[in-house]
Design a protein around this ligand. Structure first.
Ligand code: OGA
Ligand code: NI
Length: 334
């Protein structure tokens, strides 16, 4: 079992974590993402569409998850990253790793094959079907399952509400996404430990998400960087808010009308945590552009049809930066 970053103290960056400086761009400034007030029903569709077309992402406030509930889950997440090593080993051992519901690991699932590692420890926690997954979630901290389960339900609801508004804005069936397109749900609890030299490490390399939609929460410390018009800009998440991104699958369904934003995680001298909820299709789902959209715009498909499984398998082994998978590997050629 590999060492977790959290289990050692770091006065210097080990060589196997050092990236060339062009892979670790420094932000040129900050970006103020559009803020979507989920209670503002009257303007919701229009505001979401505008944000998606301009950024492919936005911040969400008044989302219906109370501060008390967020405080409670954040206590749980903090405790997860502080579990003793034996507990983490036990959690990993209790399940078959290729097919596990929960897996706590360092850097990436490719640790043994990647030449350079990421400065990140993470718990991957499958959430669909929810009732079947919960019994495999961590037993400790005490009440973890009880507290985290309703939070996952609320994140899914929030995601569906956003997708319903987006469908309206796109002029496709309002319930377009309420089916197998949103069936796979995975939650990642990221910990980016304090780093002695953030200019030489990467928390997560540049990518756009392999999901339909991602809902991200992060703690007080910033580190997320967004590529906007060729410039890297820092993103702060409002403390009790969320940052929502569309992923590659959304880009494919909208035939490129909405683009999945490119982002990366820069490490910091202070420890940082974030949690990302990925909403994705059922594994064998045939992903293609929405018919109504193609018809309305009399457009040709930009991407080849593919199943979600094909996309994920390609994404995993893609040798270039992971923001070019859809546009290069699945580009439509007639
Ligand atoms: C991701 C991601 C950002 C962060 O998990 O895909 O981009 O701040 N996370 O951890
Ligand atoms: Ni991401």
């Amino acid at each position: 079992m590999t060492m977790l970053l959290a289990s050692c103290s770091h006065n210097r960056v080990p060589d196997t974590y050092k990236w060339p400086s062009e892979m670790v761009p420094e932000a040129e400034g900050k970006v103020e993402l559009p803020t979507i007030d989920m209670q503002d029903e009257k303007n919701l569709v229009q505001h979401i569409m505008k944000a998606l077309q301009e950024y492919g992402c936005f911040q969400v406030i008044n989302h219906g998850i109370s501060r008390e509930q967020m405080d409670d889950v954040n206590e749980m997440f903090k405790a997860i990253h502080n579990l003793p090593r034996e507990e983490i080993d036990k959690l990993n051992r209790e399940q078959d790793q290729d097919n596990s519901v929960c897996h706590y690991y360092t850097s990436s699932v490719n640790f043994h094959r990647e030449p350079t590692h990421y400065w990140r420890d993470v718990l991957k926690q499958a959430c669909s079907p929810l009732e079947e997954c919960v019994p495999f979630w961590p037993k400790n901290p005490h009440r973890y399952r009880e507290i985290v389960k309703p939070y996952i339900v609320a994140l899914k609801e929030m995601g569906l509400k956003i997708l319903q508004s987006a469908a309206q804005g796109l002029g496709i069936e309002e319930n377009y996404f309420e089916n197998e397109l949103t069936e796979t749900n995975v939650f990642y609890l990221n910990s980016y430990p304090a780093c002695p030299d953030p200019s030489s490490t990467i928390g997560l390399a540049r990518h756009n998400d392999p999901s339909l939609l991602t809902i991200l929460h992060s703690g007080r410390v910033s580190g997320l960087q967004l590529l906007k018009d060729g410039r890297w800009l820092g993103v702060d998440t409002p403390h009790y808010g969320f940052t929502v991104f569309v992923g590659n699958i959304f880009q494919a369904v909208t035939n490129g009308k909405v683009k999945a934003p490119v982002h990366y995680v820069r490490n910091t001298t202070e420890a940082r945590t974030s949690e990302a909820f990925f909403i994705s299709p059922k594994i064998g789902y045939p992903v293609k552009p929405a018919k109504r959209l193609l018809e309305a715009e009399n457009a040709l498909p930009l991407y080849k049809p593919f199943t979600y499984e094909e996309f994920i398998e390609t994404f995993k082994i893609w040798p270039k930066t992971k923001d070019t998978v859809l546009s290069e590997a699945f580009k439509y050629t007639s």
